[in-house]
Design a protein around this ligand. Structure first.
Ligand code: FPP
Length: 263
């Protein structure tokens, strides 16, 4: 484990150095990422916003690769929120096309690297041609046992909770689910992420200090890592830095922590 006094050096390490310093027995099981800053990246270069999304897609491909190589169990990427429909129609259209391009390019690597593709969100609200590609990617990779690549599409954390409550009420009425037996674990089983562990680490790029309606229930105990790096510049080295920084944190889950215990 990296000594505290060397923390400042994290930014200077190469990808290979980071790889060798990381404690591979103490990886976050589930990493969730809010990929933000594509528009600002493009504006800084006087390019259209879509150019930022395109380079952002390249970042996503690179991060999936390193997460899989590292042995992370679940990677959740926030690609399109339920609020993103409010963007100009041409940007929304371009994002849908990029998503399909991402899935087509990723399919080859998912098959090669044993990656299982999943989604969360209201997929039925996406255009038919996008749904078709999603379905194909899921079918083609659902037997894979390595990294779960979970992409949030037409996703809203509040709507997810509303959908869970609807599912619970239906099961109370039709399947005899007992209200008194409803606890946190049962509630979690009605979320889109029922089969996944909660994220251990949330990364948000571009310096914004908010969670933007993402995994509201599941992030309860996640370590938050906000980096000023814009998503198109966030590549494998930055991801490994984030993992190393996560490993410097003490996760307390409401307890008093190791330092206080030793006093
Ligand atoms: C936020 O940047 C990014 C998005 C809304 C879209 C994310 C999409 C990609 C990275 C490309 C496709 C990737 C996959 C995995 C399908 P922003 O536009 O809000 O940036 P800004 O805050 O600087 O304007």
């Amino acid at each position: 484990m990296l000594k505290k006094k060397n923390k400042r050096d994290i930014k200077r390490f190469s990808k290979q150095e980071l790889w060798s310093i990381i404690d591979h027995s103490n990886l976050p099981k589930h990493v969730a990422i809010i990929m933000d800053g594509n528009g600002r990246w493009a504006r800084a270069r006087m390019l259209p916003r879509v150019a930022g999304h395109r380079v952002g897609m390249e970042s996503a491909l690179k991060i999936v690769e390193v997460a899989s190589d590292l042995g992370i169990k679940v990677l959740t990427l926030y690609a399109f929120s339920a609020e993103n429909w409010r963007r100009p129609a041409d940007e929304v259209g371009a994002l849908m096309k990029l998503l399909v391009e991402f899935l087509k390019r990723e399919l080859i690597s998912m098959k090669k690297n044993n990656i299982c593709f999943q989604t969360i969100g209201r997929i039925a609200g996406l255009p038919g041609w996008v749904q078709q590609q999603i379905k194909w990617s899921i079918e083609q990779t659902c037997q894979n046992t390595g990294l779960i690549l979970n992409v949030a599409l037409n996703y809203s954390g509040r709507l997810e909770i509303v959908d869970a409550v609807k599912g619970i009420i239906k099961d109370i009425e039709q399947k005899g689910l007992e209200l008194d037996k409803l606890d946190e674990e049962t509630f979690s089983n009605y979320l889109y992420t029922a089969d996944l562990s909660d994220p251990d680490l949330l990364i948000r790029t571009s310096g914004e200090m908010r969670i933007s309606n993402f995994l509201l229930w599941q992030l309860a105990y996640a370590e938050l890592l906000i980096t000023p790096t814009l998503w198109p510049d966030f590549r494998q080295r930055e991801f490994l830095q984030a993992i190393l920084e996560y490993q410097q944190r003490e996760r307390r889950f409401g307890t008093i922590g190791k330092l206080a215990q030793s006093k």
